[in-house]
Each structure stands twice: as structure tokens, then as C-alpha cells.
Design a protein around this ligand. Structure first.
Ligand code: AMP
Length: 283
């Protein structure tokens, strides 16, 4: 695996691959890789000749009081995980490369997709995400790009952006990878104490409860479902709910009655760590 720090070098490499008619699959990440990230890489390997993974902790998607400075990093371990999967290129640019002095251009999805769920509690977050993903798409110019369903709203926003800006890139969404006990894998899980790690199981438990209420008990009123979920999460004292929402999969609008394809999504602080999780259901 070759590590590339310079965006121009990355661009030239991909240009050469494309001239040779090789397809390029791209997996953007912020590093501190786990099996969730690796499942995106594995999916990319099935479909493409050349795999590019990027690691970039993107400052513009973090709010002023968020965890940019403490975001976990371990380049050496990430490198060996990616080498084990025969990744071809790791694009690892510096912040000054991506946002040099005088930088002033941002990409913002202005449909209703970005002002709800995580967008409500993290203003500017998706603007940072769409800006960096556009930049990475322009540099790597992949045929296909892989994103985790763990960040369900991100997938919707990126799909909107790709459509609106006519990017010739296919977006592939990959299912959530969980620990054996149900906790959705996340780089931030490393920040949980042993007790918080146990308390964090209430997130997936509450989603499973919602699934049972809908499928087994035939309960369709979202208020009832959300209340039951809230009770489970609030049963641990380390939790502070940011949101629990049941929304239409297409436009992410809140719904009163579960019907068709819905996204049940939540964000919860466990101690100081903000975790997200979701399930998609068809009822
Ligand atoms: P991050 O490094 O957190 O920005 O994540 C990079 C990519 O990996 C995003 O597309 C995430 O949605 C995806 N991802 C993170 N955790 C998981 C997971 N547990 N299962 C599947 N994909 C994930």
C-alpha cells in the first residue's frame, strides 16, 4: 500500500489508473479504523480494481465545542489494517493541504435534509462533510464511493449532493457493523469507560425494542415507540438524549405513524461521548 500526502500526486495516480481502464473504489474515513470501516473496504474490493482509502480528521465538520482535538488517532494501526486488506492507496493529507490560507469555498446541501436530526444539534456539521467529500471526490475521482449506514443522514445528504452537483460517482451504502453485544462500532467507543460501555448498550436495545413494538405488537404510533425507547435509555444515569426520531426514509421528516420505509435514529451522550445509532424498517 502506498501512502499519498499530496493531492496532486493522488490525482495523477488515479488519472493513470483510469487511462488503463481500471475502476477506482473510494472509502473516505477519519481513521482509528474498526471493522465497520473495514466492511466498507471489503465491499469496495468486490466491485473495483483499485481501492483508495482516505484518512482525514476534517476540522470543518466539528463544532467549536466538539471533540476535534481529542478525536482518536492511530495511523500505524490503521496502516496495518488496510495493508492486510490489500488496499492500494491511503490518501492521508494534512489539514494545511486541504484548507490552505485564504480557503473560502463550501458546499452546502440546503434541502431540508441537513437541518434535522444530527444537523439540528451540530449546526454546520453537514456543510463540513459535503465540503470535504466534494474535495475528496474531485481529487480521487472514483467510480464508486462507500459510506456506512451507521451515519444514515450522511448517506442521504451525500446522495442529494451527488445528484444536485452531477458528480459521476455511484454512492454505495453499507450496513452497520456491530460488536457482538449489539453496540454499533464507532471510533469514539474507545472513549467510553467500562461502565459507560455497558450503559451504551441501551442504544441498540432501544432500537431493538422499537423493532419488536412495530413488528410483533403492531404498534404504529411513533410517540408510543419513542417513549419506550426513551425509558430504556434513561434507565442509565450516564445517558443524555440528544434526539430519538422516527422519520420518513426519503425526506427525513418526522412521522406520526410508521408506514413504508422508516428510519429510527438516535443520538445520545453517554458521559462525555456522543454516540449515534439507527435502524431502517419497512412496515
Ligand atoms: P468515520 O471515520 O467515523 O468518519 O467513518 C467513515 C465511514 O465509515 C463512514 O461512511 C461511516 O458511516 C462508516 N462507518 C463508521 N462506523 C461504521 C459501522 N459501525 N458500520 C458501518 N459503517 C461504519
Amino acid at each position: 500500500m502506498k501512502i499519498i500526502n499530496e493531492f496532486n500526486e493522488m490525482r495523477q495516480i488515479v488519472k493513470k489508473m483510469k487511462r488503463e481502464d481500471l475502476s477506482v473504489g473510494f472509502v473516505p474515513t477519519m481513521g482509528y479504523l474498526h471493522d465497520g470501516h473495514l466492511s466498507l473496504v471489503k465491499a469496495a474490493k468486490v466491485d473495483n480494481d483499485i481501492i483508495v482509502v482516505s484518512i482525514f480528521v476534517n476540522p470543518t465538520q466539528f463544532g467549536p465545542n466538539e471533540d476535534l482535538d481529542t478525536y482518536p488517532r492511530d495511523l500505524e494501526k490503521d496502516q496495518s489494517l488496510l495493508e492486510n486488506l490489500d488496499v492500494d492507496y491511503l490518501f492521508f493529507p494534512k489539514v494545511e493541504q486541504m484548507y490552505p490560507g485564504g480557503y473560502g469555498t463550501y458546499v452546502n446541501v440546503e434541502s431540508g435534509l441537513t437541518n434535522k436530526l444530527c444537523g439540528k444539534s451540530r449546526p454546520g456539521h453537514f456543510k463540513g462533510v459535503t465540503t470535504i467529500v466534494s474535495k475528496l471526490f474531485n481529487i480521487v475521482n472514483p467510480d464508486k464511493a462507500y459510506f456506512g449506514q451507521k451515519d444514515a443522514q450522511q448517506v442521504s445528504v451525500i446522495n442529494r449532493m451527488v445528484k444536485d452537483l452531477n458528480f459521476d460517482i455511484e454512492i454505495i451504502a453499507v450496513p452497520i457493523v456491530r460488536e457482538n453485544d449489539g453496540l454499533a462500532m464507532s471510533s469514539r467507543n474507545v472513549n467510553l469507560s467500562e461502565k459507560e460501555r455497558q450503559d451504551a448498550l441501551t442504544l441498540s436495545k432501544s432500537l431493538n425494542k422499537a423493532k419488536d413494538l412495530i413488528l410483533l405488537d403492531n404498534i404504529k404510533k411513533t410517540d408510543i415507540i419513542k417513549n419506550e425507547m426513551m425509558e430504556i435509555i434513561e434507565s442509565v444515569d450516564s445517558s443524555k438524549i440528544d434526539y430519538i426520531e422516527i422519520v420518513d426514509m426519503e425526506n427525513l421528516e418526522s412521522i406520526d405513524i410508521v408506514e413504508g420505509k422508516v428510519l429510527i435514529a438516535l443520538a445520545v451522550h453517554i458521559g462525555k461521548t456522543r454516540l449515534i445509532d439507527n435502524i431502517i424498517m419497512e412496515a
